[in-house]
Structure formats: structure tokens, C-alpha cells
Design a protein around this ligand. Sequence first.
Ligand code: PEP
Ligand code: MN
Length: 263
Amino acid sequence: MVSREVQAHDTVVRFGNAAIGGNKFAVIAGPCSVESEEQLLSVAEVVKQHGAVALRGGAYKPRTSPYDFQGMGVEGLKLLKLANEQLNIPTVSEVMDVSQVDTMCEYVDCLQIGARNMQNYALLKAVGESQKPVLLKRGLSATIEELLLAAEYIYDAGNPNIILCERGIRTYETATRNTLDLNAVAYLKQRTHLPVVVDPSHGTGVRELVIPLSRAAAAVGADGIIVESHLKPCEALSDGHQALTGPMFEQLMQELKPFVEAA
Ligand code: PEP
Ligand code: MN
């Protein structure tokens, strides 16, 4: 169902006033984790001011170590709702478990399936039964075919509002956190009608590489990016090393202008 052979025209996924897919390059931005009201609202204001169409922020965090910050949970979801209401910006947040789906649907506008859950089929079915848009990230070691079949689970369960996300894969390379597979973006744009976004933050793991890889994502034909941003990255509770500062986010948007403003 997600194949171009079934549907030739591009799917545009809408939530709030955001539209992902079509001619405009969409930028989704915000912190890795929701940490406090002040942290979330201050960065949300900056990214919105510079043209982000949606705010990201994790309330449930899939951390490699159980001793690392696990997210604020429902309190974090409430802050996302607050940001949405105060700034009129739709929100994206990761759902980690079937038991969280209903609650998350009350508070956020788009459900993110993280890389570690791309093949959690019970979760894919559950978000498929909801009607919320889903941002589906490619698994750490998933093939493109496996990503498309994961999307098929969501579609088959009744939800066609799916955004695919290339967020870097595991390779032998250790200089960067992951290897951003831009082949996948060009390939996916031919194979499927679903919108494809790139996550250069997790794709590189290095703040200084986020802007160049964002430009590359736009050049290769992605429908947008999802990037991490934090006004005080050195104080971030997760992924501070890959977060764009406020001035860097402004710089990013300046460089993406021709794509963001395309009619
Ligand atoms: C995230 O978006 O913060 C995240 C955990 O991403 P991924 O699932 O791609 O690692
Ligand atoms: Mn992160």
C-alpha cells in the first residue's frame, strides 16, 4: 500500500498547521528530551520564530543505559501541550509502548516510533489503529525493505498518515554516531509515495555536522528534517553534543531558505 505502484502522487501528512510532503521542505525541531517548562518553551519559541513547522521533544526516552535520564513521562507530555497552546505549534513525541498510545494521543499531534521500536509490531499496529500521524524512524540496522514493511503494518492497521525518517544506520564507521544513509532517501522517494524526512542529529551525533547534512538532505530530495536544538546544550539531559544552539538553528534556517520557501 505504501508503494508508488499503488499511488503515484505524493502523500502529504498534515497535523496542526504543519504539512510534511509536497513541495515545501519542512523543519521539525526541538530538544531531544523535554526537561522543564522553561527549557521547552524557550527553545520552542526560537525554533518557531525561525520557521520550524513542528516542535519535537521526548517525554519517554529509550536510553542505552538504564542509569541515564529516562524522560519526564506524562509531565513532559503536559509541557508539550502547553507549548502547543502558547505558541500554536504542533508537536511530535516518541511513543515507546502500546500502553502509552492513548495518553500520548491526548497530548501530542504526531507519534514518533523510535529506531529501537521500528520492528515492535504490536506498537506499529496500535499506532495504526489510532488516527494520529506517525513519524516512523528507520531501525539502527534495518534495511530499507524492512522500514517499508514496518510502514505497511501501520497502513494496514488503518492509518495512512505516515512519515518515514532516515536517522542513520550502524556501519563499521566510528568517527560519527551513525552513518546517515542518503541513498535511502533517494531510493525511498522513488519506491514510496510517503513523505521522507532526515534526522541529521542522530545521523551524525555531532552538532557541527548537522547543518551540512541538512543541506545534503534537502539536495537529495527529502521532504524535511527533524533536528535537535537546545538553548543550553551543555546542560542538556540527553544528546547535548548533537543539539544545535539557538544561533546555529537560525543559521540552519538561513541556509535552507530556498527549500523551505519553495512554492
Ligand atoms: C530521538 O529522536 O531522540 C531518538 C531517540 O531517536 P532514534 O530513535 O532515532 O534514536
Ligand atoms: Mn535524541
